[in-house]
Ligand binder design. Sequence first.
Ligand code: CP3
Length: 369
Amino acid sequence: MFAPLQNDTFLRACLRQATSHTPVWLMRQAGRYLPEYKATRAKAGSFMGLATNTDYATEVTLQPLERFALDAAILFSDILTVPDAMGLGLSFQLGEGPKFATPVRDEAAVNRLEVPDMAKLRYVFDAVTSIRKALGGRVPLIGFSGSPWTLACYMVEGAGSSDYRLVKTMLYQRPDLMHRMLAINADAVALYLNTQIEAGAQAVMIFDSWGGVLADAAFRTFSLAYTARVLAQLKREHGGVKIPRLVFTKGGGQWLEAMKQLDCEVLGLDWTVNLAKARALVGENGPNAKALQGNLDPNVLFAGPAQIEAEVAAVLGSFGAPHTDPTQAGPTQIFNLGHGISQFTPPESVEVLVNAVHALSRSARQQPG
Ligand code: CP3
């Protein structure tokens, strides 16, 4: 049904298999730093107009791939489509960020929550299939969702937050309500990701963008446990092909040992993490070894080309010697930013970054020893 994959570097690295170069893609690689994205968004009228239209969503997903030699595509959508389908009324005002018309603030609102009918998210699955066809096998397509905790942050706060006061009030005052909401979120996310896999997603990523705002014990109880509940329900393969699962917790560096126990293939890391230490903790061989994804500070892209190349070299060097033995699994890196790309990034910087990752990581594999 879909064309055969021509560049499997990303999927191989997810599975800790040797590759000819370090694969690279960028969180938010389709977005406002690209003038062609802004033009399509203007035609669509709004962010949701873009995300709910199959042709537009396909067009903007492919835009960064036309410019840069990226090794993966990511579905153009948003993590907040799931709470929107739960009836919370999502909108994006230009320049303001997301808002929910009816946030979940009390017991009655939590009691009304249900795993949404996936028919309401049909536009996402249609986009996945359309993008997969349009890619024609150039690179694999990543599907994604928010983590149960990160979704709960937006569902309770009703928008972005600087202090997470409302969601943490519920967590400490009524942990029973928080657990009920997180269980529903986890089951909804698992169903959502499995349906993306059936529609054509070749890997799936869980964005735990706000896990890092939690206290140590609270992270384990309210974020990690529910990410694990999602992972336990995910399909491991589709049509006989493995579907790697990636988990990114922003600010999660201090919990790597706990995250090593997760039933997933890849851990995403932000720029505060030392890659050599992370590799020693979770990347080397052993039963729970994982591939690592990250972790260049997105602000590096505001410096000049020579500085970008030097910082790329530093990130590759920090991960250390590439795994080159084709006969067995070993430590692998997927190059990415430590968080989403800024809308103010010069597109030329992305070209420098992608080409530097490919050139430097190829030559590192040609060094003896
Ligand atoms: O990576 C990609 O290219 C795929 C598309 C993607 C978007 N959002 C498109 C988007 C993905 C993977 C996301 C995930 C997402 N959305 C996360 C997790 C990742 C992270 O950044 O931590 C979160 C927390 C959200 C919620 C969200 N969506 C916020 C806070 C905002 C506004 C922030 C901003 O930059 O203005 C969005 C809107 C959004 N989602 C945009 C894009 C390209 C910009 C909106 C626009 O075009 O007006």
